[in-house]
Structure formats: structure tokens, C-alpha cells
Ligand binder design. Structure first.
Ligand SMILES: N[C@@H](CCC(=O)N[C@@H](CS)C(=O)NCC(=O)O)C(=O)O
Length: 215
């Protein structure tokens, strides 16, 4: 098989790429990376020394592609399917990329800051960083709530890369800062994402790893 995905099923950025792959039934060979395991982590770093997943390897074209958004762009270009996740119209494309960046940088990243701080050893916590992340996440959810009034997906009627980014980011954000009662449009958007078969499948496949989520 040409495409190999190095990932972990519980990781939000990996789920973003899984959604893109599942949207188009793109065949790939899954390689689960366990960063807690020395050998698995070292093997993965020979492919991408930065050590962050997901990473796509395309043996046919001899390419190694890190970064979730770049992977989705690469798939859209070289392995297109029925779901056009990056619009061909240039204006729609930059707006899609903007929404994608928004969900990554202002929802996913602060959500991860809050979660990973819980995993830090005693004396190594970063309360100021967590406070900043919480404020940023709160602001982002408020903006999303306004934008999603009357919209089905992040870009309107069509499911795009921005929704691939939004699904896991909002799912985990809702775990750390539940917004169902305060931001109904955002909450209804998350419900729609949860019902989307591609994301429902990613959530189901992550279920065995839920114990990894720190309370
Ligand atoms: N900008 C990267 C972020 C990837 C990322 O942060 N991945 C997390 C998992 S969700 C990771 O690899 N964490 C492990 C670590 O930082 O050691 C992307 O979009 O792919």
C-alpha cells in the first residue's frame, strides 16, 4: 500500500487526518505510534525527528508529510475523492485554510495545553499558561458560536478541511470546558460533527484509549 499513516487513535490532530481519510475511503496502512514506549517513539523519530504526529508516508512518491493540514492538502492534491476538502476556488480555499488554522491554533492547541498540564508531575505545572489557554479557548468558542448560527459546517453547506480540524478540537474542548449550555450553536455544530460517519468512526476507534484522558 502506498500510504502509511503514523498516528495514535486518541490524538486530536491525528483524528483530524483520519476524518479526511475516512471521508474519501482513502486506503492507508495504519501505524500506531506509542510515544510512551521508548522503541516506538525512537522508531517514529527516525521518520520525523520533531516527534509529533500525525505523519503520512507516501512510498510511491517517496514523500514524508508531517502536519495535519499539510497532509490533508497533500491528499486533496494527489489522492482526491468525492469529498473536496480543500476547495479549488482560490477565495474559498483561503477562507477554508483560515478556519482550519483557527480550529488548530485557538481551539486544539489551548485545549491540549489544559489537558497536558494535568499530566505534568507535581511542581511542574504552569497555572499561568493554563489560565491564558482557558481564556483563549473561551474566546474562540464564543466566536464559533456566533459563526455557526444558521450554518451547517464551518464553511457553510460543504464539509471541508476546516470541519476535519473542528471535530476533534471541539470534542475534546467540550470535555475540558463544557459549552453545551452556554454556546448552543457551537454545541449543535459539535452534535452534527459527532454524527458525521467519518468522525463517529474516529471517536469509536479511540474509545479503547479513553483512560488516557486525565480527569
Ligand atoms: N501542528 C501539528 C500538531 C501535532 C501535535 O501537536 N500532535 C500531538 C498529538 S495530538 C503530539 O504529537 N504530541 C506529542 C508531543 O508533543 O510529544 C499538526 O497539525 O499535525
Amino acid at each position: 500500500m502506498s500510504l502509511k499513516l503514523y498516528f495514535h487513535p486518541f490524538s486530536s490532530f491525528c483524528q483530524k487526518v483520519l476524518v479526511a481519510l475516512y471521508e474519501n475511503d482513502t486506503p492507508f496502512e495504519p501505524h500506531i505510534v506509542d510515544l510512551a514506549d521508548e522503541t516506538s517513539s525512537a522508531d517514529f523519530k527516525t521518520i520525523w525527528p520533531i516527534g509529533k504526529f500525525p505523519v503520512l508516508r507516501d512510498d510511491t512518491k517517496d514523500r514524508t508529510i508531517p502536519e495535519s493540514s499539510i497532509i490533508i492538502e497533500y491528499l486533496a492534491l494527489h489522492y482526491p475523492g468525492r469529498a473536496q476538502l480543500v476547495p479549488t476556488d482560490a477565495d474559498l480555499a483561503w477562507r477554508t485554510r483560515l478556519r482550519d488554522r483557527f480550529y488548530d491554533l485557538y481551539v486544539n492547541v489551548p485545549m491540549q495545553k489544559i489537558v497536558t498540564d494535568r499530566l505534568r508531575p507535581e511542581g511542574k505545572h504552569d497555572p499561568h499558561g493554563v489560565e491564558q489557554a482557558s481564556k483563549l479557548l473561551q474566546t474562540a468558542i464564543g466566536m464559533i458560536d456566533q459563526e455557526m448560527e444558521g450554518a451547517s459546517w464551518a464553511m457553510g453547506d460543504t464539509f471541508t478541511m476546516a470541519d476535519c480540524a473542528a471535530a476533534p478540537a471541539l470534542f475534546y474542548a467540550n470535555e475540558v470546558m463544557p459549552f453545551g449550555r452556554t454556546h448552543e450553536n457551537a454545541a449543535r455544530y459539535l452534535d452534527r460533527l459527532m454524527e458525521r460517519p467519518s468522525f463517529a468512526r474516529a471517536v469509536e476507534e479511540a474509545r479503547p484509549y479513553r483512560a488516557l484522558f486525565p480527569k
